[in-house]
Write a protein that binds this ligand. Structure first.
Ligand SMILES: [Zn+2]
Length: 107
């Protein structure tokens, strides 16, 4: 055991199953551990899914985790959120693609 354990990201399981599989190892990893969950889409539009993932990680006693989700930003008008092909605010195209990480520490 090194300092972390991960189910391969390409493995086709749901986020919650990934949490259940990885969580028991966290107790064994005294050198530190982190879990990553990748979310597609905007978590502000899918708060239930976001909350379910956070709860599952807490209930499974995960020590540290972060949820990654894509965030786009229009540098012209400043709109931040999910932008498909054109900015929903000013309707221009050519958008900067970003990536946001939301870290969370266990209390
Ligand atoms: Zn815009």
């Amino acid at each position: 055991m090194t300092n972390s354990s991960h189910v391969p990201v390409y493995y086709p399981i749901k986020a919650i199953d990934k949490i259940r599989i990885e969580a028991p190892y966290h107790a064994l990893e005294n050198a530190g551990h982190i879990a990553y969950i990748e979310m597609d889409g905007d978590p502000t539009k899918n708060v239930k899914a976001f909350e379910a993932i956070v709860r599952a990680m807490h209930d499974n006693d995960m020590g540290y985790f972060s949820i990654n989700h894509p965030v786009d930003r229009d540098p012209v008008c400043g709109y931040t959120g999910i932008i498909e092909n054109e900015c929903p605010h000013c309707h221009r195209r050519e958008i900067e693609r970003g990536h946001m990480v939301v870290p969370r520490m266990k209390a």
